[in-house]
Design a binder for this molecule. Structure first.
Ligand SMILES: NC(=O)c1ccc[n+]([C@@H]2O[C@H](COP(=O)([O-])OP(=O)(O)OC[C@H]3O[C@@H](n4cnc5c(N)ncnc54)[C@H](O)[C@@H]3O)[C@@H](O)[C@H]2O)c1
Length: 260
């Protein structure tokens, strides 16, 4: 018996990157996965790859900014697989960060909140009755960021992710009596298309990581499936950095000290 046999998992933004790796990992461990993404062709590609590997997956186009689409995605999961046990809030979009704070315009400021925070809120609201009916297996895993904890650029993104970490804690307490656990993973820099067009940024950033490299999507997927599994049955409301030691280090300052 694999850890997620008979489970149904819905992942947002699963058409590439961390969501894609997480979908594959859940499927490998027996889950039936609703692979959702704003871009349906991405969701289709991932679901097909999982099925070609012998897993169970179905694609579904879902923009987490659209409340009706979110409700429809949750209903699709339950109609198709008969249950919804795990929700992973992973979708991400950002217009980037102006260099000067006062250069933000409202649209770019609100985008981070609408996708990273309000998108998760919409998904949890729609999924909760089903997660609570999952006989104690219900789990939400939010994908946050180390940006929620430290200054690393991206004011709107960082504030939205900090909001998501707070929502994780408050919901964890309120959902516990209903048998639903709520946790958040905070990745450091991960090699995905989110970094496309940033030159060799990842090559430079690795020098800030005590473990000597940036993350791979599979590093995050491993933590997500752990928090969603029965192995984490007594864990709720936690923030788990998966960051190669970034948050506990300050290698730049350490280097300066060594150079004195
Ligand atoms: N890559 C990193 O370095 C990094 C670091 C910290 C946290 N994270 C977090 O990990 C998560 C995944 O990041 P990634 O690097 O895999 O991103 P990515 O850009 O590679 O993939 C994001 C996916 O979300 C989809 N998407 C965008 N807007 C959407 C919407 N409105 N509704 C549904 N889907 C939508 C995109 O189509 C895309 O397939 C995000 O929550 C991100 O904030 C990433």
């Amino acid at each position: 018996m694999r850890r997620f046999d008979t489970y149904c998992v819905l992942i947002t933004g699963a058409g590439q990157g961390i969501g894609e790796a997480t979908a594959h990992r859940f499927a490998t461990e027996g889950a039936r996965v609703l692979v959702t993404d704003r871009d349906p062709s991405r969701a289709e590609r991932v679901a097909e790859a999982i099925r070609n590997e012998g897993g169970s997956a179905e694609p579904y186009g879902c923009d987490v900014a659209d409340p009706a689409a979110v409700v429809a995605a949750v209903e699709r999961a339950v109609d198709r697989f008969g249950t919804l046990d795990v929700l992973v809030n992973n979708a991400y979009a950002s217009t980037g960060d102006p260099v000067r704070f006062e250069e933000y315009d409202d649209d770019s400021w609100y985008l981070d909140f609408d996708i990273c925070l309000h998108g998760a809120y919409r998904c949890i609201r729609a999924a909760l009755p089903h997660l609570a009916a999952a006989g104690g297996r219900g789990a939400v895993v939010n994908i946050g960021s180390v940006n929620a904890e430290r200054f690393l650029g991206g004011h709107a993104y960082s504030a939205a992710k900090a909001g998501l970490a707070s929502l994780t804690r408050t919901l964890a307490v309120q959902c516990a009596p209903r048998g639903v656990r709520v946790n958040i993973v905070e990745p450091g820099t991960v090699r995905t298309n989110a970094w496309a067009g940033r030159g060799d940024a990842l090559e430079h950033l690795k020098d800030h990581y005590p473990l000597g490299r940036v993350g791979e999507p599979a590093d995050i997927a491993a933590a997500v499936v752990f928090l969603a599994s029965r192995d984490a049955a007594w864990i709720t409301g936690v923030t788990l950095p998966v960051d190669g030691g970034l948050l506990v280090s300050n290698l730049g300052m350490n280097r300066s000290l060594l150079e004195q």
